[in-house]
Design a binder for this molecule. Structure first.
Ligand code: PPS
Length: 568
């Protein structure tokens, strides 16, 4: 027999077409809630039955029961509170018994929800009981405390329209579709592998062995909804998975993407993942070391023990009716030229190892990655998505007083970088920006900050797309400079150059005659005269143009860029 869904019945919550059309018309008068990306993931899987037996976002009684004891009020096992969080204003504008319209970011009506309960949850209690911590370095606790609205709305859903995803459409399946596929292929036993990382050879060996040992077929089901912040983007990962799929014997293995918003909740999450796979028709589920682990807490200790997930799974395995396949640590044995479970190697075997950290370092620095570790096509995809520093974009952010020499050095630097020719260069000089991006702005603190925010935004886009942005505003406020740095550093390089020419020198040069006007009171709020300049404390480079020519200054910056690896 094919696997029964959790709770006995696949709960697809979409209305039949004629009723959906009617609901769309009625919904014009319903209060409307714009779904967050995480809510849209949850809603997608609620509506397509992946979260069976749930019929909507949890009401208050089910929420408390799940939170406290991992069960719905009717006794069915369910480890994760699936809740619709809203802000106080919206919660106050609707009442129990109302129906609300749930819309995606484009305003498309996805579903309606009949409100059973509106309540303000105790977030500390939820964090403690569900995630075992109130430390907000845990991604789900962070979301709960800092992103989620103050109120929850619970109630049953009526699905109107399947959310649209434009990428990898052929690889997205509903539980019914995947069940249909298994039935068609005659796959009675299916072992599912959950992942949020690229697959390397060890994973391929492990999943292949797991399937062979269970005499089952294999479903690789990676998460493409929301994973741990900092993970490799799903576009890159899916291209990698497609390459790895070629390595499995034909007809044994399939790939399907899961639009899940992970919570990184370790043990509870493992149970949740397995129940979802059961709904997709799988009979076995691979659980590794530290499954869905969020890493370390504030004090550097792991949030969950490495085998907590497997232990909790064992406790509920019979009731869940899906078999756990514990993940074996696979190692490469050089003398045998093959992967083996670590516990099956002999004392004379030469075991090779490349840690995740070492792999990422080699990727970042463009160093060799051996073929025993990963497939060349996978490495190529990852290299394309994460080029070494000399191919990443970067921003050079000059800051300093008017007349300090920012523009002159910035120009010299631009020309030298154009001569080098490795990447396109954009110069966002103070005057140019004031003319083209910020023409309506004054020199008030608020407007100066807005000006820097705009420059930072443009520079971050250029950096992300692997070009070079040279910015040369005064940027007198440290807070704003820090914001720009924080926005750009995750996307590429960032070097702050403080052009620290003393004000006396700037004033004496007075190229534009502005200092004289400021002294005479014709210009008010002039930086350094009657307006503040907060001296940078952690600029990578400090240049005083009363001692260094623009040519040499630009040269110093180039050398620093080389030292940091951004230029060859
Ligand atoms: S800021 O503070 O970063 O937004 O300034 P920025 O966009 O770089 O613009 C600085 C140029 O504007 C001219 N200017 C003034 N500077 C400072 N204070 C006042 N009140 C002011 N009024 C006009 C001045 O020419 C600056 O150009 P640079 O190239 O820095 O000399």
């Amino acid at each position: 027999a094919f696997k029964e869904p959790h709770g006995g019945e696949l709960k697809e919550l979409y209305l039949p077409e004629h009723l959906a059309d009617e609901e769309k018309i009625k919904a014009k008068d319903y209060p409307s809630w714009d779904l967050t990306p995480r809510q849209l993931c949850d809603l997608d899987l609620l509506l397509n039955g992946a979260f069976s037996p749930l019929e909507g976002f949890l009401n208050k009684a089910d929420y408390e029961s799940v939170r406290d004891g991992m069960r719905l009020v009717n006794g069915v096992l369910w480890p994760m509170p699936i809740t619709l969080d809203v802000n106080e204003d919206f919660a106050g504008s609707v009442a129990e018994g109302d129906t609300i319209a749930l819309r995606d970011a484009e305003g498309v009506l996805i579903a309606t929800l009949e409100i059973e309960d509106i309540w303000a949850p105790n977030k500390e209690e939820e964090a403690e009981k569900v995630f075992g911590t109130t430390d907000d370095t845990h991604p789900a606790v962070n979301y709960l405390f800092h992103k989620a609205g103050s109120h929850y709305i619970g109630g049953k859903l009526r699905g109107v329209e399947v959310p649209t995803f434009y990428d990898f459409k052929l690889l997205r399946d509903t539980p019914a579709e995947l069940r249909g596929k298994f039935r068609k292929l005659g796959w009675r036993k299916v072992v599912a592998f959950q992942t949020r990382n690229p697959l390397h050879r060890a994973h391929q060996e492990l999943t292949f062995r797991a399937a062979r040992e269970c005499e089952a077929n294999l479903l690789i089901q990676p998460v493409v909804g929301m994973t741990k912040p900092g993970d490799i983007d799903h576009f890159t990962r899916v291209r990698c998975y497609e390459h790895v799929l070629e390595q499995y014997p034909e007809q044994t293995t399939t790939l399907s993407l899961l639009n899940l918003a992970m919570r990184m909740a370790g043990p509870r999450e493992a149970i949740w993942h397995a129940l979802i796979r059961k709904n997709y028709g799988c009979t076995h589920f691979i659980v590794g070391r530290d499954h869905a682990g969020p890493g370390n807490d504030r004090d550097g200790n792991p949030f969950y023990g490495p085998y907590d997930a497997q232990d909790l799974f064992k406790e509920f395995e019979e009731e869940m009716d899906i078999t756990m396949v514990p993940f074996k640590l696979m190692v490469y044995v050089e003398n045998k030229a093959e992967y083996m479970p670590a516990d099956e190697t002999g004392p004379t075997d030469k075991v090779l190892n490349l840690s995740g950290t070492e792999f990422r370092r080699r990727l970042a620095e463009g160093l060799d990655i051996p073929e025993w570790f990963s497939y060349p096509k996978v490495v190529e995809e990852l290299r394309r998505a994460h080029p070494p520093k000399h191919k990443q974009g970067f921003t050079i952010f000059f800051t300093g007083l008017s007349g300090s020499g920012k523009s002159t050095i910035a120009n010299a630097l631009m020309v030298k970088l154009l001569e080098d020719g490795s990447r396109p260069v954009t110069l966002l000089d103070g005057d140019v920006v004031r003319k083209n991006l910020s023409s309506e702005l004054t020199f008030s603190e608020e407007h100066r900050n807005l000006n820097i925010q705009r420059i930072g935004y443009v520079a971050s886009e250029i950096t992300k797309n692997r070009g070079i942005a040279i910015c040369a505003p005064i940027a007198p406020y440290a807070k704003m400079r820090r914001q720009v740095r924080e926005a750009i550093e995750p996307l590429g390089g960032f070097l702050e150059v403080h052009v620290a020419t003393p004000i006396e020198v700037c004033e004496e040069r007075d190229r534009k005659g502005l200092y004289a006007k400021a002294r005479a009171g014709i210009i008010k709020g002039f930086t350094g005269i009657d307006d503040p300049y907060e001296v940078p404390e952690n600029a990578e480079i400090v240049i005083d143009t009363s001692e260094l020519s623009p040519d040499l200054a630009a040269h110093r910056i180039l050398i620093t860029l080389e030292k940091h690896g951004y230029l060859k």
